[in-house]
Ligand binder design. Sequence first.
Ligand code: SAH
Length: 255
Amino acid sequence: MRPGMVYIVGAGPGDPELITLKALRRIQEADVIMYDRLVNDELLSYAKKDALLVFCGKAPGSHSIPQEKINENMVTYALTGHDVVRLKGGDPLIFGRGGEEACELAARGIPFEIVPGVTSALGAASSTGIPLTHRGASTSVAFVSGTSCHGNERSVRWDLLAHSVDTLVVYMGVSRMDDICKEMLAQGKPSSTPVAIVEQGTRAEERTITGTLGTIHKIALLMNVKNPALLIIGEVVRVRDQLLKLAAEAEERTG
Ligand code: SAH
């Protein structure tokens, strides 16, 4: 039997309208859709009526499906002739283990295609009005993992990042926020360095909280910040304040 195609697809950052046309088409044509927790459910309504929808994330209070099992299922569906969409939040290759899945497919000789998505750092930052690069404030940006829960993860060189990159966007950093801020301070970053937390970026529930390396941890506790959320560290956070101020002044002038 001819194996099916596997599409490793980015679903975008949360707002279902931020998916690409190509990704949407793959969803509409798939026999099986294996989707992660951060994927907006609305996107599943575009699937064929008889498509098999398989949740591959971690449901609250239960364990996540081991990556090996996900790989195995994906391979089995394809080898039995089904076209599979492996649907992941944001971009499938940014902190999404999509690269590992692609390697597995390549090694097993299964045809696959990777469809990029808008990663949450880009979606959340633009949506809340923080330009990750900005003339005079930032000429470089890095995407950083705030966790090393996978054990074999390379550790992040906060010492180098603190002084070589203007804007840091930290994924999976909410639960380790205190440590991350302390690390940046220990590396000599001023405690007045602005920090934003964007929770549920691009979704209707999007919330942005701002503070500094010295204050954000306490503010986040008070505001009960929850995942999914990103930390944005750098002077560019002030541009959002400026935007809000300019817009408010304009509204006052024009009524
Ligand atoms: N592949 C995904 C990232 C997966 S890692 C992407 O490209 O976006 C999961 C982390 O992404 C979360 O812990 C959170 O830090 C971030 N994240 C994903 N969606 C988000 C959203 N809508 N708002 C804020 N952060 C988000």
